[in-house]
Design a protein around this ligand. Structure first.
Ligand code: F0G
Length: 458
C-alpha cells in the first residue's frame, strides 16, 4: 500500500517541553522585543521556525558518539573521524574545522577578498555577503530570472544565470575573488541547484580561471531534488550526487548546523594546498588549532555521524516531503508562496500577501509579527529588513523580494505541530487587509535584521 501519510522515520526518546502562552502575553512580549523576533526569548516561543540551523535533534547514535569525543588539543581521534568523513564526501584533501559556517566564510573570503575584489553567487546568504563586504569586496547576485518570480514553477530555481556569470567574469577580469554556488539557494527561496547548472558554472569558472566554491550546507537536501527532478540522475544515490557536485568545485564552505545534523560546527574544504595553507594560518589565529578549529571533540564526532545519517533515503524523503506538505497546505489556503516548495523551509511572499504595505513599511516584518501574536510562531523576514539599503537621498532601496521564511528544524517537530502552523494561516488570511506595516526606529550598520528595533504603524 502507498500511504499518503508521511511518518517521521524515527521514534522520540527524549522530549523538551514547550511553554504555551496566551495572545495577550505575546502582545506584551512582542513589544518588549521591539517587534523583532530575534530579540524574543526562546522560552516565549511555541513553534520556532526561525531557522533550521543548529536546531536539529541529534540521533541516539550521535549522542552516543558524543561520549566518544576526544577533546585532545592536537591530533584528536574525533577530528580524524570528522576529517575523514568530510574528505570522503567532498573529495577534497584539505579540511579546516570551524565553529560554524561564517567562521569558514570569514577565513576564506577575508583571504580572497579586499577592496576592488568581486564575488559572484546565485544568491549570497546574509553572512556570506556581510563577510565579503566587510573585507571591502563587492558581492554580486546572479540568479536565473525564473528564481525571481515567486509563483513560477521551475525545477531548479536556485540555479545561477551562467550567461550573466560569463559576462561578469569578463567584466571583472583579474578582480574576481570567487564564484560561490549556494546549494540549496537559501536567500533565493531554498530552491535547488541542478547538476547541469553546477557543471555550467564549473566550466565557465575554469575558462576564466576563477575559483569555484560551493556553499554546501544543504547539499543533501539539494541532492534529493537532483535525483527526483533531473534527467539522468535518478540512478545515483543521494551521496553520489553530492560527491559529483563537490568534484566540480575547488572548495566548499559548510555550516554543519544544517545537513550535518548537529547544533554547532562547520568546515572549509579545499583542493589547493597553497590556498589551504594560507587559510590555516588564519584558522589558528582566531579559531583554534588545525585539529579542532573551535569545535569540541564531541561535536566533531557528531558531525562525522551526521554527515552519514543525512543521506539516509528515508530521512531525506521524510524531510523534503514534510516541508512540501506544509507548503501545499498553505498554498491551498491561498497564501502566496515561493513555488515550488524548497527543501528546508516554506517561503511566503509577503509582498503579495499584503499588497497594501509598501516595501519601506516592511510587509515581511508585518507577517512575522502576526505569526508570533496569533500563535507564538517565530519566523524570519528575508526581504527589505534583511537586504534593504539606503540610497543617497536616504530613501530605501528595497530588496527584490519580500519573503518570510518558515524554516523547519530537522527531526524536531511532528505533523501536529505543522497542522497548528497551517491553521494559524487561516487567521492570517482573515486579518490580511487589516494588517499594518512597521517602521525601523534603531539599526546597526551590518546585518541590521538581527538587532534592529521596530514600531508598528497605525
Ligand atoms: N551559508 C548559508 C547558505 C547559510 O544558510 C548559512 C546560515 C551560512 C552560510 C552561515 O552559517 O550560521 O553556521 O555561520 N544560515 C542560517 C539560516 C543562519 O538561518 O539560514 P552559520
Amino acid at each position: 500500500m502507498q500511504h499518503r501519510t508521511i511518518i517521521e522515520p524515527f521514534r522520540i526518546k527524549s522530549v523538551e517541553p514547550i511553554g504555551i502562552s496566551t495572545e495577550a502575553e505575546r502582545v506584551t512580549q512582542l513589544a518588549a522585543a521591539h517587534y523583532n523576533p530575534f530579540l524574543l526569548r526562546s522560552k516565549d516561543v511555541i513553534i520556532d521556525l526561525m531557522t533550521d540551523s543548529g536546531t536539529s535533534a541529534m540521533s541516539a547514535h550521535q549522542w552516543a558518539g558524543m561520549m566518544e569525543g576526544d577533546e585532545a588539543y592536537a591530533g584528536s581521534r574525533s577530528w580524524e573521524r570528522m576529517e575523514e568523513a568530510v574528505q570522503e564526501l567532498t573529495g577534497m584533501q584539505h579540511v579546516l574545522p570551524t565553529h560554524q559556517g561564517r567562521a569558514a566564510e570569514r577565513i576564506i573570503y577575508g583571504h580572497l577578498g579586499g577592496a576592488g575584489k568581486v564575488f559572484i553567487s546565485n544568491t549570497h546568504f546574509d553572512t556570506t555577503r556581510a563577510n565579503i563586504e566587510f573585507s571591502g569586496a563587492t558581492a554580486i547576485d546572479s540568479p536565473i530570472a525564473e528564481g525571481k518570480d515567486t509563483a513560477l514553477e521551475h525545477p531548479f530555481k536556485g540555479n545561477m544565470d551562467v550567461a550573466a556569470l560569463d559576462h561578469l567574469l569578463k567584466e571583472h577580469k583579474g578582480h574576481v575573488g570567487a564564484v560561490i554556488l549556494t546549494v540549496t539557494n537559501n536567500s533565493g527561496g531554498g530552491q535547488p541547484v541542478s547538476m547541469a547548472n553546477a557543471e555550467g558554472v564549473a566550466a565557465i569558472c575554469k575558462r576564466h580561471g576563477a575559483l569555484f566554491l560551493l556553499d554546501c550546507c544543504r547539499i543533501a537536501e539539494n541532492s534529493w531534488f537532483v535525483k527526483h527532478r533531473e534527467e539522468g540522475m535518478e540512478g545515483l544515490s543521494y551521496r553520489q550526487i553530492a560527491q559529483r557536485m563537490f568534484a566540480l568545485a575547488d572548495g566548499a564552505v559548510m555550516s554543519a548546523k544544517k545537513d550535518a545534523l548537529v547544533n554547532m560546527g562547520g568546515f572549509l574544504s579545499l583542493k589547493d594546498e597553497a590556498l589551504a595553507a594560507a587559510c590555516t594560518n588564519l584558522l589558528i589565529l582566531t579559531e583554534g588549532f588545525t585539529t579542532y578549529g573551535g569545535v569540541s571533540g564531541r561535536d566533531m564526532e557528531a558531525i562525522a555521524i551526521g554527515l552519514d545519517e543525512v543521506f539516509d533515503p528515508h530521512y531525506l524523503d521524510y524531510r523534503i516531503r514534510s516541508t512540501t506538505w506544509l507548503g501545499d497546505k498553505l498554498h491551498a489556503l491561498g497564501v502566496p508562496l515561493m513555488r515550488p516548495i524548497g527543501g528546508h523551509a516554506v517561503y511566503i511572499d509577503a509582498k503579495k500577501l499584503y499588497p497594501h504595505i509598501p516595501p519601506h513599511e516592511y510587509p515581511g516584518q508585518a507577517l512575522v509579527c502576526e505569526l508570533y501574536r496569533l500563535a507564538g510562531i517565530r519566523s524570519v523576514e528575508i526581504g527589505s529588513v534583511m537586504f534593504g539599503k539606503y540610497g543617497e537621498d536616504g530613501g530605501l532601496l528595497p530588496s527584490t523580494m519580500e519573503l518570510v521564511r518558515l524554516a523547519i528544524p530537522r527531526r524536531v517537530y511532528t505533523q501536529s505541530h505543522m497542522e497548528y502552523v497551517a491553521e494559524t494561516f487561516e487567521e492570517v488570511m482573515r486579518e490580511r487587509s487589516r494588517t499594518k506595516g512597521y517602521r525601523i526606529t534603531k539599526e546597526p550598520k551590518f546585518l541590521r535584521h538581527f538587532t534592529a528595533h521596530f514600531e508598528p504603524l497605525t
